[in-house]
Write a protein that binds this ligand. Sequence first.
Ligand code: ATP
Length: 383
Amino acid sequence: MEVLEWRIISVLTVNDLCKRFTLPGGRVFDALANVSLEVKEGQFFTLLGPSGCGKTTMLRSMAGLETPDSGCISINNETVFNSANSTFVAANRRKIGMVFQSYAIWPHMNVFENVAFPLRVSQQRYSEQEVRRRVREALATIRMEEFETRQATRLSGGQQQRLAMARALVMNPRLLLLDEPLSNLDALLREAMRLELARLQKQHGITTIYVTHDQSEALALSDQIAVMNGGKIVQVGSPERIFDAPKSAFVADFIGSTNILQGTLLGKSDGRSTISWNGASLQSCMPTELSQGSQVAMSVRPASIRISEKQAPALNSVAGLVKQKSFQGTSIDYVIDVAGFDIRATGPAQTAFGIGENVTLHFRPEAIPLFDPAKDRAVAAHV
Ligand code: ATP
């Protein structure tokens, strides 16, 4: 029991963090507005959101590279920032490893010296023997032992990325901060490095905060995802939870392709809501606090729609006309015109429908989350 309690300690807590920038002309901008979060030991925690939502400001504040205006940050129960009593622990004393988009590798040094660099400039003195031991261990971790003497500039993009990782790991940090570390890599290498990153993180159990605007990267890597928008965290949860039960149309739209349909809530009974949309009657068994007669937004993912040949009208099905199709290998992505609305739907490659064909779309009631459109102005009424 004691062991279990020890294993779920928080490595990072952030409370009510605010950061305001003054723009040219004197206009102020809230990059972080009362952000709070908690990251547990060993977690891979991702900050995900559109460009400009405050992810990097958040990460830089954790690292000690940005001074927030107010709030509190603690790492391993040590307060590293607290506006209330002016606590600010310098970046090099926070015991954090960092990898940024630009790896900032020293071009005039070889691989060994690049990894050794943090040890050599550290306040703590390391013997040459200890430096060698730690560098070799870090290089082994990223499977680059044989590159020790290679000049850093003569490495491929993926190798430079791994080198940056080794340099971040060499100090045995208690927290690893990664700011879009894969964004400079081509698609193939990115995929390979994503797997490598997942392996490293799980093997070493190192608590990691990862910043990305790439939702597929976030879904693939994370234990927990915090979705950010406009300087705020709008939802925190496991990838599955965020994907299946988004709290807002913004999250549903951002975390994977979806159709946002706006209708009117006709009634609720037996845990099911009936919504009138575009002349059709749709049922959802996802919860909503909205009352009868309210405007309601529905999220219907393309992959949750079943497409069939034209059938007689029925509950949760609508008639449509295939407008566009694009072959994806094992599946086909369609754009289907439903009385003037473009609905994206994905069907298996084995049963293809032709452009101009009349079809019926079937919506699964358990796959239609409902939202209050008034709280989701960022999301368009339909695709
Ligand atoms: P991206 O994915 O594009 O890197 P982000 O989510 O990381 O974006 P931040 O870099 O944290 O966003 O920036 C948040 C907002 O704060 C942006 O609108 C940005 O323009 C603004 N900002 C960041 N740094 C400064 C600064 N030093 N002065 C003024 N505004 C800034």
